[in-house]
Structures are given as C-alpha cells and as structure tokens.
Design a binder for this molecule. Structure first.
Ligand code: TIU
Length: 234
C-alpha cells in the first residue's frame, strides 16, 4: 500500500488498483492556434503542468501502474457535437473550423492530439470524449472496472473544466481520486485555486489534492517496500 501526503488527509492506494488519468493534454488546449486560444485564452499558462506531469507519467509507468489518457473532441462530421456547444460565445473560430493545427477539436486532426511529451504508449487506453467529463458518453467506467481500478490519480487540463468535471463524475461512481496540483493547469489562476479548494473542502467532498512530489515519494516508498518484501520471501 502506498501512502501519499495530501489534503485534507493522507491518500492511501495500492498500485494495482489505482490508475493515473491524464485529462486532455491536447495541443488544442496547450498551444497557440488551437481551441483554447480561439476562446480568448492565454494558453501559455497551461504549459507549466506538462513538465511535472511528464515526471509523474514516467514514474507511474516504471511502477507498472495503469495509465489512461483522455481527449476532448468530435467526429469529423460533427454528428456528436451539440449546437449549444458549437454556438455559445463569440469565438472567431468554432469547433470544426480550420485552425493552424487542423480543424478545432476534431478527432484525427493534429491539434486534437496529445502533446509529444505525454504521448500514450502501447497498453495505455485513450478515451475520446465528446464532453467535458471523462465518463459522459465514453467507456471510461468499463475500462477502469475491467482492471479492478478503485482509485484515480488525476492530471490534465483545464483544472476547473475537464479535470474537475471528471473528478466529480468519478466521485459519484465510487472512485477515490487525488488531483496533483502542479500537474493540472487553468487559463485562470483564481479558478485553479478555487477549483482545487472545492475538491478537498468538507473533509474531501469530491476527493484529495496533493503535489506531484508527494505522489513520487509515495510511489518510491511503495516500490521499495514491495521489493523488500520480495527479498524477504525469496
Ligand atoms: N475551455 C476550457 O477551459 N477547457 C475545455 O474546454 N476543455 C478542457 O478542459 N479539456
């Protein structure tokens, strides 16, 4: 069992029943010329989460943890795109329009892809979602339950939109979740802090919040403990 310092209290998890969830680390949100910028956002604020998330992803892979990636996006014919989502706001480019990284938020386009640093590898399912939440109209729940997953480590963008929507969905489905603060990013610093405060308030009403270093330390300790036990047994 791994034990991680977190708020509002220690987060315990076993490596074989816990998944690392990487939410929407797509070029469309993180780089200029994509969907995020079309909404009027300064996308440079999100890049800070990529480096810490890369270290977390590497450590989780080395520890043999299950990793799941998500991407927000739509079918090329936009048949799964509600008019409300396409038409709301006054963005110069809408979902499905041609941008500098391809059609915005359309599956298969360059901008829809995950940034190179965090690219999925074999054995890591990629869940394509039409909404903000990772569970809405996807097979996320099935994928996690088939693996016996009970707890989730969340990273991704953006904190107050797709990450927390997914955390709330996970919470209602009976998963325990911790969000790694330095591995999630928002276009709005004040939303970053308030979104995380909401998760851990009231004794952890939606889950836990921790730092990547606390996760890495917990993982190292658990792997060392596991190796020690194997040594004694053999
Ligand atoms: N706009 C915004 O902050 N986020 C999104 O539209 N999607 C995700 O968070 N992935």
């Amino acid at each position: 069992m791994a034990r991680m310092n977190a708020e509002p209290y220690e987060f315990e998890f076993s490596l074989d029943k816990t998944a690392l969830v990487m939410i929407d680390f797509q070029r469309d949100f993180v780089y200029p010329g994509g969907f995020g910028e079309s909404l009027g956002n300064d996308v440079s604020l999100l890049l800070a989460a990529v480096g810490p998330a890369e270290l977390v992803l590497k450590a989780a892979r080395e520890a043999g943890m299950f990793v799941v990636h998500t991407r927000e996006g739509h079918r090329a014919d936009l048949s799964d795109l509600p008019d409300s989502k396409r038409d709301r706001g006054d963005a110069p480019l809408k979902i499905g329009d041609q941008g500098s990284m391809g059609r915005l938020l359309v599956r298969g386009e360059y901008g829809h892809g995950i940034v190179d640093e965090l690219a999925p590898i074999a054995g890591e399912p990629v869940v394509d979602k039409p909404g903000k939440g990772a569970f809405y109209a996807t097979d996320m729940d099935t994928i996690l339950r088939m693996r016996g997953i009970e707890k989730l480590i969340f990273t991704g963008v953006t904190t107050e939109v797709c990450v927390t929507t997914s955390v709330r969905e996970a919470n209602d489905r009976g998963f325990d979740a911790v969000v790694l603060e330095d591995c999630v990013g928002s276009y709005f610093p004040e939303f970053q802090s308030s979104a995380l405060a909401m998760i851990k308030a009231q004794g952890g009403i939606f889950g836990w919040v921790g730092q990547s270093q606390q996760f890495l330390t917990a993982l190292e300790d658990a792997v060392r403990e596991g190796a020690g036990r194997t040594g004694v047994a053999s």
